[in-house]
Design a protein around this ligand. Structure first.
Ligand SMILES: Nc1ncnc2c1ncn2[C@@H]1O[C@H](COP(=O)(O)OP(=O)(O)OP(=O)(O)O)[C@@H](O)[C@H]1O
Ligand SMILES: [Mg+2]
Length: 223
């Protein structure tokens, strides 16, 4: 379970202070599927980065499985992130010089060695339909295939929380649809918590809990 309480974020730049989030509360439990929509620049990615411990809020508290994550030091936060959180971004962010299998394995290279990782990577790549492409490089794949590799990489550590920032933003409608179905299937099998930021109404509507960012806050969209 994850609880965000009164999260605020103010960016301090040379041009002055830019408040982005104010008193954001959110509770996420196992199996929850949450979507967040809102206009460009309203703070969706900022909130996702805070939720994923990639950025620190200016104020507020986060509790993740009973751990106050903001109170951990940087190394402990990195460990926590690596073990419990998977990320999928709009751009797949694959390493171009590595093969598909190596890309999926990158999150397992930190911390103690994981002897079953290779087998799990191959199983995940089978699951996303890329069993025949293990030794290919990202440049040899289509956009949808690259995003499927990114999905396998996000899931290799069996995260409790999957964060997706515009996961289908660079894909055509049909490929986007396939990627959405795949994500939902994988989420359903594992029961992980899933938070998706998107401009796509089709994707947002597939989530049981839908939120919109309004005036620096999260507002639940009633269905
Ligand atoms: N590192 C930063 N320093 C200063 N301002 C930032 C920084 N990152 C984001 N911002 C500003 O904070 C606001 C929210 O940005 P954010 O990326 O969270 O928006 P978003 O809702 O994800 O937008 P989009 O839909 O375009 O991805 C924007 O006005 C942006 O310019
Ligand atoms: Mg964004």
């Amino acid at each position: 379970m994850i609880t965000l309480s009164q999260i605020s974020k103010v960016y301090r730049t040379a041009a002055g202070e830019l408040p982005v989030l104010e008193a954001v509360d959110l509770k996420i439990v196992r199996r929850d599927r949450i979507s967040i929509v809102g206009p460009s620049g309203c703070g969706k990615s900022t909130l996702l980065h805070i939720l994923g411990l990639l950025d620190a809020p200016t104020g507020g508290q986060i509790e993740f499985d009973g751990v106050r994550t903001l109170e951990l030091d940087e190394a402990a936060q990195a460990r926590f992130r690596n073990e419990k959180i998977g990320f999928i971004f709009q751009d797949h962010c694959l390493l171009p010089q590595c093969t598909v299998r190596e890309n999926v394995l990158t999150p397992t290279l930190v911390g103690k060695s994981d002897p079953s990782a290779k087998e799990r990577a191959e199983e995940l790549l089978r699951r996303v339909g890329l069993a025949e492409r293990l030794n290919h490089r990202p440049a040899e794949l289509s956009g949808g295939e690259k995003q499927r590799v990114a999905i396998a990489r996000a899931l290799i550590r069996q995260p409790e929380l999957l964060l997706c920032d515009e996961p289908t933003g660079n894909l055509d409608e049909r490929t986007a649809g396939e990627v959405i179905e795949l994500l939902l299937d994988l989420q359903n099998d594992s029961g992980m918590m899933m938070v998706v930021v998107t401009h796509s109404p089709a994707l947002a509507e597939r989530m049981e809990r839908q939120y919109r960012m309004v005036g620096r806050r999260l507002e639940e969209v009633s269905k």
